[in-house]
Design a protein around this ligand. Structure first.
Ligand SMILES: Cc1cc2nc3c(=O)[nH]c(=O)nc-3n(C[C@H](O)[C@H](O)[C@H](O)COP(=O)(O)OP(=O)(O)OC[C@H]3O[C@@H](n4cnc5c(N)ncnc54)[C@H](O)[C@@H]3O)c2cc1C
Length: 511
C-alpha cells in the first residue's frame, strides 16, 4: 500500500519512477512492460534468450541463416487486447487482416471454398460461405447449425469435455471430424476429448457467432523478429524501458515477506519495488523461494498439461499457389501459410499507387512487381510455405523426413498443376510444450496475476485470463499484472481492452 508521503500525491505521480523488473520477454512480459513504462514506471525487462518473443518468435535457420518464425502466429478479430497492444507499440501495420479464408476440401474433393462474411448480421454473417462447402451434405449442415445453436445457448452450468458434450448432440463422426475438430484443433491445439466445453464454446461464440469481426484473421507480413526489433522494442525504449536479452534470471530473492530483487545467472542482482514473473508456467516453481514453491497456487501449475505444435517449412523452386493461406479438411496438414505471398504484401503496402488491391491474393505474375523483403518470403522466384500441425501428439511416431514428405504430397495433391515444382528444402520445428491443454477444470489450476507475495505479479498465458493459451491470453495477463502493479501504487486504470460487443441479433437469439 502507498506510504504516507505517497498518499499526498496524485495517483499518476505515485506511478512515476517506481521500479519494476519484468522477468521474461514474451508477449506477457512485453505487454506488462509496455503498459507500465508508458505510465511512467521505470521498467527493466530481463529475457534469458538472445531475442524477444518467447513462444511467438523467430529463429535463425541453421542452414541458410534466414530468419524464419518458429511457427506462423495468427490472431483473430476477437483478440482485442492483442490488437490494442499492437496499436500501443505501433506495429499494427505489420499485420494484415484477411478478408477471406480459403478452405480446401478433403482428399478427392480438393475444391477451394472462399469463406467470407456476407452483409447479414452476426450470427448469420458466415452462413452463406458455410453453405457453399460441398463436402458436407445438407443433413450434415443442419447438424452443424443445430450444434452451434445448442452451444451458443448452453448455460454452461457444468464443464465437461467437448467430446462428451458433442456425443449428446447427434453429430455424425464426419461432422465431428470435418467441422468441430477442424476449427478447434487450430484454435486450441488439442483433440476434442482434451478440450473443455467452456473453452470450445468461447472459440465458437467469440470467434464466429457473436460479432461480425471476431473470425477475421490477422497475419504478420514480416518475420516476428522484425515486429519485436523494429517496433515493440523501440516503443518500449521510447518510454525509457531497459530491455536486456541474454539476461537469464536464476531466482527471486525474498526479504521480510516481499521480493527484494532477482539474482541473474551471472551472479549479479537487481533490486526493484515491484516484480512481474512472466516465464512459462513450468519454470515458475524453480525460480521462487522454497516457501513459495509449495504454495497451492504454484504447486497446481505442475498439473497443467501441454500440447505440441509442429510447423513444416517448405521451400520450392516455383510457386505452388497464389493463395496467401489455406485450411485443409481431413489431412495431416492443417493450415498452409504462403510466406512468399504474405511477405510480398508488405512490399506492395509501400506502393500506394499500385494497381494491385491489397486484399486480393497476388497472382504469380505479380512476382516481378517489387523486391521481396529479407526473411521468410525471400527466394529466387520460388516460394516458401509454412504448414502448421497443431495437437501434434502423433507426430512423435514419424520421422521429420516422413512428415515433410507427407505434407509435400498433400500440397501436390491439392495443387496438381504444381507437379513440376521441386522441393528444395524442408524443415520441421516442433514446440513440444507449445500451449497448455484446455482440459475440463484447467481454469482452476491457473493462478490469478496477484501472487501470494504482494509485490510479485504472475503473467503468462497460463495465468487466469478466461482465454486459452494464445497471444491474446498472454497480452491480457500482462495487462492484468500491470493493472495490479498500478493499483498497488494507488493508480487505478483498466488496461485490458473491452471484448467485441455482441451483435443485437445474437443477443436476441441466444441470451
Ligand atoms: C508453435 C506455436 C504456435 C502458436 N500459434 C499461435 C497462434 O497462431 N495464435 C496465438 O494467439 N497463439 C499461438 N501460440 C501461443 C502463443 O505463442 C503463446 O500463448 C504466447 O506467445 C505465450 O506468451 P507468454 O509471454 O505467456 O510466454 P512465453 O512466450 O513462453 O514467454 C516467456 C519468456 O520467458 C523467458 N524466460 C524463461 N526463463 C527465463 C529466465 N530464467 N529469465 C528470463 N527470462 C526467461 C522465455 O525465454 C520467454 O521469452 C502458439 C504457440 C506455439 C509454441
Amino acid at each position: 500500500m502507498p506510504n504516507s508521503a505517497e498518499e499526498n500525491s496524485s495517483p499518476r505521480q505515485i506511478a512515476v519512477g517506481r521500479r519494476v523488473v519484468v522477468i521474461g520477454g514474451g508477449l506477457a512480459g512485453l505487454a506488462a512492460a509496455s503498459a507500465l513504462s508508458s505510465r511512467g514506471m521505470s521498467v527493466t525487462v530481463l529475457e534469458s534468450r538472445p531475442r524477444l518473443g518467447g513462444r511467438a518468435s523467430s529463429i535463425t535457420d541453421r542452414d541458410t541463416g534466414e530468419t524464419i518464425d518458429n511457427c506462423q502466429h495468427v490472431a483473430m478479430g476477437c483478440c482485442t487486447s492483442f490488437r490494442a497492444f499492437c496499436e500501443e507499440t505501433g506495429c499494427e501495420d505489420l499485420f494484415q487482416t484477411q478478408q477471406e479464408l480459403y478452405f480446401v476440401g478433403p482428399p478427392g474433393q480438393a475444391k477451394v471454398v472462399r469463406f467470407a462474411a456476407s452483409s447479414l448480421p452476426a450470427p448469420l454473417h458466415l452462413a452463406s460461405s458455410f453453405l457453399k462447402m460441398p463436402w458436407f451434405t445438407l443433413g450434415e449442415k443442419m447438424q452443424i447449425a443445430f450444434g452451434l445453436r445448442a452451444l451458443a445457448k448452453d448455460a454452461m452450468k457444468t464443464d465437461c469435455s467437448f467430446q462428451e458434450w458433442l456425443d449428446g448432440q447427434r453429430q455424425s463422426e464426419t461432422v465431428q471430424r470435418r467441422f468441430w475438430h477442424l476449427v478447434l484443433v487450430s484454435a486450441l491445439s488439442e483433440s476434442l476429448d482434451r478440450i473443455s466445453l467452456r473453452h470450445a464454446r468461447k472459440v465458437f461464440v467469440d470467434g464466429f457467432l457473436a460479432s461480425r469481426e471476431g473470425w477475421q484473421v490477422s497475419i504478420p507480413t514480416v518475420p516476428l523478429d522484425d515486429v519485436y526489433e523494429s517496433r515493440i522494442s523501440a516503443a518500449l525504449r521510447k518510454h525509457g524501458a531497459d530491455i536486456r536479452v541474454k539476461a537469464g534470471v536464476r531466482r527471486l530473492l525474498i526479504h521480510d515477506g516481499r521480493i527484494s530483487g532477482v539474482e541473474l545467472r551471472d551472479g549479479s542482482e537487481i533490486s526493484a519495488d515491484e516484480f512481474v514473473l512472466a516465464v512459462p508456467h513450468y519454470l515458475v516453481k524453480t525460480m521462487l523461494p522454497d516457501e513459495m514453491a509449495i504454495h497451492p497456487d504454484v504447486a497446481a501449475l505442475d498439473r497443467l498439461e501441454t500440447a505440441p505444435i509442429a510447423s513444416v517449412h517448405l521451400w520450392y523452386d516455383q510457386p505452388l499457389t497464389d493463395l496467401p493461406h489455406a485450411t485443409f479438411v481431413d489431412r495431416l496438414s492443417q493450415w498452409m501459410f504462403n510466406r512468399t505471398v504474405l511477405g510480398r504484401r508488405v512490399c506492395l503496402d509501400a506502393q500506394p499507387d499500385s494497381a494491385v488491391r491489397q486484399d486480393a491474393p497476388y497472382s504469380v505474375a505479380d512476382r516481378s512487381m517489387a523486391p521481396l523483403p529479407k526473411g521468410e518470403g525471400e527466394n529466387d522466384g520460388g516460394c516458401c510455405l509454412q504448414v502448421v500441425i497443431s495437437a501434434a501428439h502423433d507426430l512423435s511416431a514419424m520421422s521429420e523426413d516422413d512428415v515433410i514428405a507427407k505434407v509435400d504430397s498433400e500440397l501436390r495433391e491439392v495443387w496438381p498443376e504444381s507437379c513440376d515444382a521441386k522441393l528444395i528444402r524442408g524443415r520441421m520445428i516442433t514446440e513440444h510444450r507449445a500451449v497448455f491443454s484446455p482440459l475440463p477444470g484447467v481454469d482452476e489450476l491457473r493462478p490469478v496475476q496477484q501472487s501470494p507475495i504482494p509485490n510479485l505479479q504472475f503473467a503468462g498465458d497460463w495465468t487466469r485470463t478466461g482465454w486459452p493459451a494464445t497471444m491474446e491470453g498472454a497480452v491480457r495477463s500482462g495487462y492484468l499484472a500491470a493493472e495490479n502493479v498500478l493499483r498497488r501504487g494507488g493508480f487505478c486504470e483498466s488496461i485490458v481492452a473491452a471484448e467485441l460487443s455482441k451483435a443485437r441479433l445474437y443477443r436476441i437469439l441466444f441470451s
